[in-house]
Design a binder for this molecule. Sequence first.
Ligand SMILES: O=C(O)CCC(=O)C(=O)O
Ligand SMILES: [Fe+2]
Length: 307
Amino acid sequence: MGKSTFTADGSAPFVFDDNWENFGNLRPESRRLSETNGDNLPVVQLTEEQKFTFDTQGWLCIPGVLDEAELEPMRKFCYRLKDDPESLPPHQRTPIAGPLERLVDHPVVVGFCNEFLSYPRLDGGDHYGFRFETSFLYYRELGMGKFSPHNGNGVWRLPGSSHEYRAIPGKAYSGLTRCVWELNPVREEDGGTLFVNGSHKAAYTLPPTIYEQDSPLWRSYSCPAGSVVFFSEATTHSARPWTNPEVPRVAIFNQYNGIGSRFHWWEPPRELLESMPRKRRSLFRHAYGEAANTGLETRNLFARALG
Ligand SMILES: O=C(O)CCC(=O)C(=O)O
Ligand SMILES: [Fe+2]
């Protein structure tokens, strides 16, 4: 387990586990988090400042992760998906295929998910301790996109909602989490996603002014092409109309969840999964906890009638 799983004073956060051998806390050998991704690249850990920013705001922008040589084939693939999907085999008509596939477990994404989503006991080295939920391409030209605020109050949600946020000293869990790759530059006034800072932890209901797009409660970001924005779905957020007539928004909206949670019904085709490195494929397992780190094909307990 890398150093990011310890609190700033170097101590391990107390994470309850389903055993009592270590006073209910995760055993030291269960404090595992992937250090490499599906392409065997080293995972990029979040800095203390990035962890603090995400935990307090409910969202985090990491600018300039991808360079132009990586971005160009990605944008081309997006235009093909949008304008000419029939030119792709059916199992590749998705933003997790082609040059976009490696965004799914990009080292920066794994670093983020290790901190805010992974259940360390179920990260098996070959398998991530978190799940992939959905992927969509959001392509927006002038006027596209609608102001529609939603979510918030994540600390107070019951777990079945998936829109939850939990925190103990030195450790936080973000539940359903969005990872947005901005493949074009975004200026603050262009129309990137809006957030209400701290609303994932809000104890009060949202004030009616939230329904005004120019409320000072709304925050957003500007970033160069190739930046990534993480946000907890428990944070109040909204789309808004795109205002830049020169440059469209070309954004990949990937989404992650805890290993034992599922919100959306979204199943990528087997043919696509079989072409992926084994570790990347582990992101697309069904939601379950027991022994999720021991293999992709686990036993269906239904076959065992007698317990
Ligand atoms: O379109 C956007 O900017 C926000 C979309 C949204 O609500 C979400 O990703 O959950
Ligand atoms: Fe949303």
